[in-house]
Design a protein around this ligand. Structure first.
Ligand SMILES: [Zn+2]
Length: 386
């Protein structure tokens, strides 16, 4: 008989934090006060963490080629540190493959520990809502705690049939054989300080990079965009590894482009799909995928209330470190919606310094959220060099 998997509900609690002027613990000591709200981490958000864990295990050669046989479990790691029942301070993600059959199916082939930074985004969303309805003042501090609650098990066997988790049929993307060390040989890392060892390695050719930049900087468009296309590369030796090569791009159209806002319409998605199909046929590249999007923030970092640029008249302009290259809340949402099932995809955003110099920032999923990361630039594919 199948064992019932343990499913937890993850709960966020936000409490007010105030300086304790009366001094239980001395002047300026922070004490916890009232509970401001309790909210559940959305299932869709947990889905992103699971998707990432499965991809990471597959990348490292720990899963078979049948995507539908992969399973994942999120196990909360409980803590007694705050003296509250069910408090959690980390997660363990267990990934396995049910291809072998029998008991071994239930043994994880990969276990990853993830800190609660993974819940940063739903917690910040919740804080934003509390500030919006004035439950939490704009300057007030707060404290976040996480709990994992196991729903009670029925003492009687259920008379209703169990609720099945409906999952669509999924396959791994097609791959091309390659050697990571060969690609790294002449590659330059962008945004070095944003690099992270967990991130899937991504290369972009100079030609694809320049083409995307030109599409993003189209004169007269506040936020131009480009689709980034490429392939997943598969290394078997010396260690199993999957990495991404971006070697093409096309201009994105039909987006309603306004400042701070790239709002793709249904036509954008239709156009994306059409362009991809066209490229696969015409260029005979059946393994080609949409592996990223790029867009430009074609405005200076500081704006007045009418949206006019303040930078040209600002005395700090020659040395100012501000720039407009960052994902807005809408950009993050778009990235999440577009790439929730293509977890290794990346987003490029080009902004300006006050001196109109190009600044590039790159984003991708890491531990459940869209975070800044780095990629490699290469002049051309190693197979084209002689
Ligand atoms: Zn944007």
């Amino acid at each position: 008989m199948e064992s019932v998997p343990r499913t937890f509900e993850f709960v966020i609690e936000i409490r007010r934090r105030e300086a304790d002027a009366a001094g239980q613990g001395g002047v300026g000591t922070l004490v916890e006060t009232e509970l401001l709200g309790r909210d559940t981490v959305p299932a869709a958000f947990l889905g992103t963490i699971e998707e990432e864990a499965i991809w990471q295990a597959y990348r490292a050669g720990r899963l078979g080629e049948d995507r539908d046989r992969a399973w994942v479990e999120i196990e909360p790691l409980f803590t007694t540190r705050w003296g509250r029942a069910n408090a959690v301070d980390a997660l363990e993600l267990r990934v396995g493959d049910s291809t072998a059959g029998g008991e071994t199916d239930k043994l994880p082939s990969c276990i990853r520990r993830v800190s609660l930074d993974a819940f940063e985004q739903p917690a910040l969303d919740f804080v934003r809502r509390l500030r919006a309805d004035a439950t939490l003042g704009p300057e007030e501090g707060y404290r976040v705690e996480f709990f994992a609650i196991e729903p009670p098990r029925p003492s009687e066997p259920p008379t209703e049939p169990p609720r099945f988790r409906v999952t669509e049929h999924r396959t791994w993307p097609p791959t091309e054989p390659a050697l990571l060390s060969e690609w790294k040989q002449s590659a330059r890392l962008t945004n070095e300080e944003a690099g992270h060892p967990d991130d899937t390695v991504v290369f972009i050719t100079d030609a694809a990079y320049e083409q995307a930049l030109a599409a993003c900087r189209r004169p007269g468009v506040a936020e131009g965009g480009a689709g980034l296309v490429g392939t997943v590369r598969n290394q078997l030796e010396p260690t199993p590894e999957k990495f991404i090569v971006i070697d093409g791009s096309f201009e994105m159209r039909h987006a309603d482009q306004s400042q701070f806002h790239l709002a793709p319409t249904t036509e954008t998605y239709v156009e994306l799909e059409r362009r991809l199909q066209q490229r696969r046929r015409r260029l005979d590249r059946p393994a080609e995928l949409l592996v990223g999007i790029a867009h430009g923030h074609n405005f200076l970092p500081a704006l007045d209330e009418q949206g006019g640029a303040l930078c040209p008249s600002c005395p700090k302009r020659p040395t100012c470190t501000l720039h407009s290259a960052y994902y807005s809340a809408d950009d993050v949402q778009f990235h999440q919606a577009l790439f929730q099932h293509q977890i290794f995809a990346i987003g490029l955003v080009w902004g300006f310094t006050p001196r109109e110099e190009d600044v590039l920032r790159i984003y991708g999923f890491r531990d459940g959220a869209v975070r800044e990361r780095a990629i490699y630039r290469v002049e051309r594919a190693p197979e084209e060099m002689s």
